[in-house]
Ligand binder design. Structure first.
Ligand code: E4P
Length: 214
């Protein structure tokens, strides 16, 4: 499973990249708004640090405008994927953009039918938001299982990004489901590395090593 970082924070992105485990980044307007930098400058800098796709969201609402905006975003760097919210206008734009070789990440996906239509329109990535479903007492991970099964049934090449991840168990469930990618907030990524028994074990080994005659 590929690991994307769900942030627009350059320090977090550089740190995760230095661990050697980072495959891509996803941003959204909310994440971008938290950073104190001009939008295009920030995106260019992120794209230089990250080896793989960097998703940046279109904020237009009509297909024609989405296409125009996406073409502009795609020019910012070679590794840009344009996030487009699912909807009729979004599908129309996705069909045109994917035909031009621009990678689309269909976002704000909350049902299998939305994911099916996005794949048919040629989207490169689909982003089901599992945490936001859990928040309203729906089983977010059940949606991932459905989309994995549907895409396997028909051989769609669209990659599934498990999004809106809230805790490390979501990542384990994403990996078990066979999803292609998990996009993870930095604090969750940090928690994934840690285990109290690892810390205790290191402390004990260091203490015992200090007693060894050398
Ligand atoms: C995904 O691409 C989104 O940026 C993100 O996962 C949304 O997560 P949230 O529900 O925590 O805002």
């Amino acid at each position: 499973m590929k690991i994307f970082l769900d942030t627009a924070n350059l320090d977090q992105i550089k740190e995760a990249a230095s661990w050697g485990i980072l495959d891509g980044v996803t941003t959204n307007p909310t994440l971008i708004s938290r950073e104190n930098m001009k939008f295009e400058e920030l995106v260019r800098k992120i794209c230089k640090v990250v080896p793989g796709p960097v998703s940046v969201e279109s904020v237009s609402t009509r297909a024609k405008d989405i296409v125009e905006e996406a073409r502009g975003l795609a020019k910012l760097a070679d590794n840009i994927a344009v996030k487009i919210p699912i909807g009729i206008e979004g599908l129309k734009a996705t069909k045109i953009l994917s035909g031009e070789g621009i990678k689309v990440n269909t976002t704000l996906v909350f049902s299998s039918n939305q994911a099916l239509l996005a794949a048919k329109a040629g989207t490169a990535f689909v982003s089901p938001f599992i945490g936001r479903l859990d928040d309203i007492s729906h089983e977010g991970m059940a949606l991932i299982d459905e989309i994995v099964a549907i895409y396997n049934n028909y051989g769609f090449e669209t990659e599934i990004i498990v999004a809106s991840i809230r805790h490390p168990l979501h990542v384990v469930e994403a990996a078990l489901s066979g999803a292609d990618i998990a996009t993870i907030p930095f604090p969750v990524l940090e928690k994934m590395v840690k285990h109290p028994l690892t810390d205790i074990g290191i402390e004990r080994f260091l203490k015992d090593w200090s007693k060894v005659k050398r």
